[in-house]
Design a binder for this molecule. Structure first.
Ligand code: RB5
Length: 146
């Protein structure tokens, strides 16, 4: 599985930790920055990361900013992206199982490193259930302005 990851200045430290964690687990991780704590605009990072998912250069994506909210708002404006900002493992698992989310957003100023790792594990370890949920995902897709 190929993962895309990106963060703004508020999320870069956690990004580096999550990236190392995932690399250790043998995931291929494509890092779209940022690479230091200089201030950057999270929409630019979200666009790069999500474009890699839409173009099928990555299977799933992880976005990190201060709250996870700005990144998730940006991600969900991109056709083909279903992103959930998660601060708990249940939501992270269920957003894969029911919403077929392909992008996870995390708030580095909201949760700590170990919970973030658990949330990432929950997200990556779950699978879309399909069935009635597929119909609803199709309805989400129909909401996109093409
Ligand atoms: C940056 O200060 C902060 O606004 C950003 O990381 C994020 O929390 C936005 O939603």
């Amino acid at each position: 599985m190929i993962l895309a990851i990106g963060a703004d200045h508020a999320g870069v430290e956690l990004k580096e930790k999550i990236k190392a964690y995932l690399t250790e687990k043998n995931y291929e991780v494509k890092d779209f920055g940022t690479h230091d704590t200089s201030s950057v605009d999270y929409p630019d990072i979200a666009k790069k990361v999500c474009t890699s998912v839409v173009n099928k250069e990555a299977d799933l994506a992880i976005l990190i900013c201060g709250t996870g909210i700005g990144m998730s708002i940006c991600a969900n404006k991109i056709n083909g992206i279903r992103c959930c900002a998660c601060s708990d493992t249940y939501s992270a698992r269920l957003t894969r199982m029911h919403n077929d989310a392909n992008t996870l957003a995390i708030g580095a100023r909201v949760i700590g490193e170990e919970l973030a790792k658990d949330i990432v594990d929950a997200f990556l370890g779950a699978e879309f259930e399909g069935g009635k949920h597929q119909r609803r995902v199709d309805m989400i897709n129909a909401l996109e302005i093409r």
